[in-house]
Design a protein around this ligand. Structure first.
Ligand code: COI
Length: 331
């Protein structure tokens, strides 16, 4: 068996090499992303492993079929950039890594919130300039706030535990109820109710598809004054321009955005010294009420190792046993 792993970063390489050695299976490591040109390198391999944020071009899958490759294994969880129809047409199975480290993302979202609540962005900028004045950067205490968790999958549930540890009142919403969260009586009946009652709204949802935003002008009108939005889920859950206006107008107190609707091509790339051709993003970066980070909530050694190795394990399961627990239902 021979596997090919695309879009591999240097921080992932040692884990892939170790897996290859331990399993005695050849894994060709490719730093290029997967596209209709680079798929040519997969000829003669049995399975394709990959991660990228750019959409996967449907033409890739015609080529995979031609090469006799019928499994693609993602090193990440999100499948929003994968054209399911092209996979089905070519009889290609897909696996992802549904749980590489829910705590990595949960911990990061709380970290971002604490940075915002204690005005750290503004304070650090001041101290860098030797301005040690306290005012106007007075903080707010998390233990006094109601945190609304939208999405009670593994990440949302890990976040709930941490918020409870801080003494915050936690409420939650999800279409699918989790038994433990239900037992604790945390669910409210609707997203509207969650937005209405929360001082902090934290999004732990997958993409709901283009145009289906959870935070926009209309939903913001229903939120508490001075509320905060935290998003470590997907950028397209928020109409960012509406969120920006709401913070600048003083309706909302701020936002923690680790994901951004137009992040592809900007995040995880070095644009030092260049102007950003994105006025909204530049404005948010300048504004101390926005904590902006480049989709790094997942980025820990634990998560990266799990993503690299679990994706390969799933591929092995598919190729050896014809199935994997991490197979995605394409229908
Ligand atoms: C995912 O796993 O889908 C993520 O959003 C993290 C990614 C940046 C590796």
């Amino acid at each position: 068996m021979k596997l090919i792993d695309y879009g591999v970063r240097e921080d992932e390489r040692p884990y892939i090499e170790e897996w290859s050695k331990n399993n005695n299976i050849e894994v060709k490591i490719v730093s290029d992303l997967l596209n209709p040109e680079t798929i040519e390198q997969a000829k003669g391999y049995d399975g394709v492993v990959c991660y990228q944020q750019l959409p996967y071009d449907p033409a890739i899958f015609d080529k995979m079929n031609e090469f006799g490759i019928h499994v693609m294994s993602l090193r990440n969880v999100g499948v929003d950039n994968v054209p399911f129809d092209a996979l089905k047409k070519n009889d290609i199975k897909l696996t992802n890594v549904p749980s590489y480290s829910p705590t990595a993302i949960a911990e990061y979202s709380v970290t971002g919130l604490m940075i915002l609540l204690r005005s750290m962005k503004s304070m650090i900028r001041k101290v860098d300039k030797h301005n040690f004045l306290w005012a106007p950067d007075i903080g707010r205490e998390l233990n006094e706030l109601t945190v609304g968790v939208a999405g009670t999958g593994r990440i949302g549930r890990a976040a709930i535990k941490i918020y409870q540890g801080f003494g915050a009142k936690v409420i939650a919403f999800d279409k699918f109820h989790n038994e433990d969260i239900e037992k604790q009586g945390l669910y409210v009946d609707s997203l509207e109710e969650l937005l209405k009652q929360s001082d902090v709204v934290t999004l732990h949802l997958p993409s709901l598809g283009k145009g289906n935003t959870v935070i926009n002008k209309d939903t913001i009108a229903n939120m508490k004054d001075n509320a905060i939005v935290v998003n470590t889920g997907r950028g397209d859950l928020i109409k960012t321009a509406d969120l920006y206006d709401a913070v600048v107008s003083g309706k909302l107190a701020g936002a923690v955005l680790d994901v951004y609707e137009n992040e592809v091509g900007i995040f995880n790339a070095d644009h030092s010294g260049e102007p950003l051709n994105d006025e909204l993003l530049s404005n948010m970066i300048d504004n101390p009420k926005f904590i902006i980070s480049p989709h790094i909530a997942f980025y820990t050694t634990t998560a990266v190792k799990n993503m690299a190795t679990i994706s390969l394990d799933s591929m092995l399961d598919e190729l050896q046993n014809g199935k994997s627990d991490n197979e995605i239902d394409l229908n």
